[in-house]
Write a protein that binds this ligand. Structure first.
Ligand code: NAD
Length: 434
């Protein structure tokens, strides 16, 4: 099939590469000039492990191309399908901003040749039906097909998703969608567009709840003979629960869970539906940055002013360069509010990246320089460079009171307990483990 993919971000670019790998002729449409020129130069515009290699290999086949607008994509040759993977960022009131989706659907609705229209962006339940009311001629060839990929595993998720959800009013559109994803062998859930939209939001709400729940359990395991790692391990091994995302730490900070949980809560409130579990999930997460800074404050005897605090890792996870909702963005301003002297280091970010992300902080080029002379360090990313560092050598370089707050519970606790640092984690971690 000839396929246009509108929006070349994390979802669209990985999707375009996956579709081209499976034999479709794909044109990626990107309106952001900088992203587009990087893509045209064969450079992935977003970071995803393996993407650079896969992009290079599909570009060699000649089956993938990039253009700046849909008209250009279809000028010479009509498309059989158009995927819409544009952003749905949070509006100031927390609702989903659907302006990019509306614009992309308007563009797709003008195409000649009746292509299949596949909306992949995450949108509130009822959005597809509202769009179809505006563009009734799309009804027989429209599907809502939410994307469930994990950043860091996006290409594998495109290759072998756990499920494919398709919401449509048109059996013919479903059949064309099966052709589009012919390589996929997972279970298909076919339903109404509104239910498919709710599946995506409910899935993200559940994942977010698992993270908030793990953080609540960590609060219960704050001291004494309790060990949060053992407790989480023991809970997660129950197959009804599972270990995935049962992770105490900085809270959810990818680009989707924060915005999608808040958008769902708004959607419910507009309908006078109570969502106490969802509200608590969000509230628990919103409190995380403040709690981490409070832990630092308490460890430092109630004052951070003038203390050098080294924030180690600005990314939410090592495998994602997506800082849109990373906890570092909330934690660093709070440290400034307490008049701490903030240092930042992240092995994947240049000095310029660090300055852009944390303009008032002092960017450090190496872990050793960030830690040397710092009164406290705050670990916000589970970088292998941190988990594998020689902490017995690093901690003595710090200045008193030498606080190490491991907000990802990723450092070797027994080693840290052996150093002169005041080692704090999210929930108690025992000095020795069996
Ligand atoms: P993104 O912001 O990284 O990329 C969107 C791209 O679309 C941008 O580059 C933007 O310039 C481009 N764009 C917007 N309107 C356009 C238009 N009319 N023509 C051409 N280009 C246009 O977004 P993303 O992270 O890929 O997410 C896309 C959607 O998928 C969102 O709704 C998101 O919630 C959802 N989603 C994201 C993930 C994820 O891990 N990032 C996972 C599942 C679902």
């Amino acid at each position: 099939m000839r396929v246009a993919v509108i929006g070349q971000g994390y979802v669209g670019l990985t999707g375009a590469v996956a579709l081209a790998r499976h034999g479709h002729r794909v044109v990626g449409v990107e309106q952001d000039g900088e992203r587009l020129s990087r893509l045209r130069a064969g450079e992935p515009a977003v970071y995803e492990p393996g993407l650079a290699e896969h992009l290079a290999s599909v570009l060699r086949t000649g089956r993938l191309d990039f253009v700046g607008c849909l008209e250009e994509a279809t000028a010479a040759d009509p498309v059989d399908a158009v995927l819409l993977s544009v952003g749905t960022p949070p509006a100031p009131d927390g609702t989903a901003n659907l302006s990019h989706v509306r614009q992309a659907v308007r563009q797709a609705a003008l195409l000649e040749g009746s292509p299949l229209v596949v909306l992949k962006s995450t949108v509130p339940p009822g959005t597809s039906d509202a769009l179809l009311a505006e563009h009734p001629h799309l009804r027989e060839r429209y599907v809502y097909n939410p994307e469930f990929l994990n950043q860091g595993r996006a290409l594998d998720d495109w290759q072998a998703p756990a499920r494919t959800v398709v919401g449509t009013h048109a059996p013919a559109a479903l059949a064309r969608c099966r052709e589009l994803y012919a390589w996929v062998s997972c279970p298909w859930v076919t339903t109404t567009p509104a239910s498919a939209e709710m599946i995506k939001y409910a899935s993200n709400a559940f994942l977010a709840a698992k993270i908030s729940f793990a953080n609540e359990v960590a609060g219960l395991c704050a001291d004494g003979d309790l060990d949060i790692d053992d407790v989480i391990l023991g809970v997660g091994l129950d197959p009804r629960i599972g270990p995935a995302l049962l992770t105490p730490g900085t809270g959810f900070g990818d680009s989707c869970l924060p915005k999608d949980t808040v958008a769902l809560a708004h959607w419910a409130r507009e309908r006078n539906i109570d969502t106490p579990l969802l509200d608590a999930t969000i509230e628990t997460n919103v409190r995380r940055p403040g709690l981490l800074v409070r832990t630092l404050l308490e460890s430092a005897g109630g004052r951070l002013n003038g203390l050098h605090v080294a924030v180690l890792g600005l990314r939410y996870e090592p495998w994602s360069d997506d800082l849109r909702a990373a906890p570092s963005r909330a934690v660093i301003p709070l440290l400034h509010e307490h008049d701490a002297v903030v240092r930042v280091w992240d092995p994947a970010m240049t000095a310029e990246d660090l300055r852009r992300a944390a303009p008032r902080a002092v960017a450090h080029p190496s872990l050793a320089s960030a830690v040397s002379g710092a009164h406290a360090v705050l670990v916000l990313t589970a970088w292998p460079e941190l988990t594998g560092a020689d902490w017995e050598e690093l901690v003595p370089r710090m200045a008193e009171p030498r606080i190490v707050l491991d907000a990802k519970n990723c450092l070797p606790a027994p080693v840290l307990h052996r150093t002169p640092a005041l080692y704090r984690s999210v929930g108690n971690r025992r000095p020795s483990r069996q």
